[in-house]
Ligand binder design. Structure first.
Ligand SMILES: NC(=O)c1ccc[n+]([C@@H]2O[C@H](COP(=O)([O-])OP(=O)(O)OC[C@H]3O[C@@H](n4cnc5c(N)ncnc54)[C@H](OP(=O)(O)O)[C@@H]3O)[C@@H](O)[C@H]2O)c1
Length: 287
């Protein structure tokens, strides 16, 4: 691990699982850590930081970051570089999910969901990856809803699970899904009928590609990227139907964020019980 403080950034940290991850990192890293609670809304972010300070004597720092606003991501990066020189833990937790009774068309839901959960996450990676230090850990929060068996078009599915898939190809597949959803042909093409699920398939596949790319770059040793599933968690996203607490939901992310030096758990999908599962065959996408 790098000398000095380990610097961590959690997107969507103001509530839900992200808040639990911030709390867990503050406790886990203690004095050795500088934990940034990122939120798109400054007031909500500051309130969350204040809550951890006053109620638990934990000391994360607030940083504004909207994953759909590239300038805000770059500003957050510049602040971290200025204060710490680099980043050691990046938890891409922020995401959205339309409710079942949402009135937006499926095409609109697909566009907004993919823009936030996939392209927003990718933008954060594009901006933050250059400042990751050796032995950095990247956690991409995915979901068991991101099950590749929901892709019924076998050619697309084979491409998504291919070990040779590239980021550019994956971006095209995600854009093709949005275009098909807008034309209402996504079912005919064989794409999933869940935009959220498709976004998370993208996040899991992306994590595997990102690991392969880091592994090829010998100048950046031991950087590890994994996708995680938090389980079914009691948050606004699950309309508080989830059975796990936010701290339980944070466990798999914390496990992935704190993996030891030279871990062989790299580019994997880690389930809510912190086991590595084979996401490529779909059936193992369990809670
Ligand atoms: N809850 C579950 O059962 C479950 C299951 C599987 C996976 N997950 C995943 O776990 C992660 C956390 O979910 P959660 O249940 O904690 O959801 P949540 O309670 O709805 O919290 C989502 C967080 O993401 C933030 N966010 C949304 N859009 C953003 C944007 N454009 N820029 C920055 N932040 C943004 C939200 O900020 P605002 O407060 O400003 O909206 C909030 O802080 C997500 O990736 C989700 O897909 C959850």
């Amino acid at each position: 691990m790098s000398a000095g403080k380990r610097v961590a950034l959690v997107t969507g940290g103001n509530k839900g699982i992200g808040f639990g991850i911030v709390r867990g990192l503050c406790k886990g890293l203690g004095e050795r850590g500088a934990v940034y609670l990122a939120a798109r809304n400054e007031q909500l972010g500051q309130q969350a930081v204040a809550k951890l300070k006053t109620e638990e004597d934990l000391h994360p720092e607030f940083i504004q970051l909207d994953v759909t606003d590239r300038k805000s991501i770059e500003k957050a990066r510049d602040t971290i570089v200025q204060k710490h020189g680099g980043l050691d833990i990046l938890v891409n937790n922020a995401a959205i999910a339309f409710k079942n009774d949402a009135t937006e068309s499926f095409g609109e839901q697909a566009e907004v969901t993919i823009a936030t959960n996939f392209f927003g996450l990718l933008d954060v990676c594009d901006v933050m990856f250059p400042i990751l230090r050796p032995s950095a850990r990247v956690v991409n929060v995915s979901s068991c809803m991101g099950n590749v068996t929901y892709i019924t078009n076998s050619a697309i599915k084979e491409r998504v699970i291919s070990e040779e898939l590239t980021v550019e190809e994956l971006k095209k597949i995600m854009n093709d899904f949005v275009s098909a959803a807008k034309r209402d042909t996504h079912k005919d093409v064989g794409f999933p009928t869940t935009a959220y699920g498709m976004s998370k398939i993208g996040v899991t596949a992306l994590s595997s590609i990102q690991q392969r790319e880091f592994d090829k770059d010998k100048t950046r040793p031991d950087i590890v990227v994994n996708a995680v599933h938090p389980g079914y968690v009691d948050t606004d996203m699950s309309s508080h139907k989830g059975t796990k607490t936010i701290d339980e939901g944070a466990e798999s992310s914390l496990y992935a964020a704190l993996l030891p030096d030279k871990t062989d758990i790299r580019g994997q999908y880690i389930s809510s019980n912190s086991n590595v599962e084979n996401w490529r065959n779909g059936v193992a996408m369990i809670f």
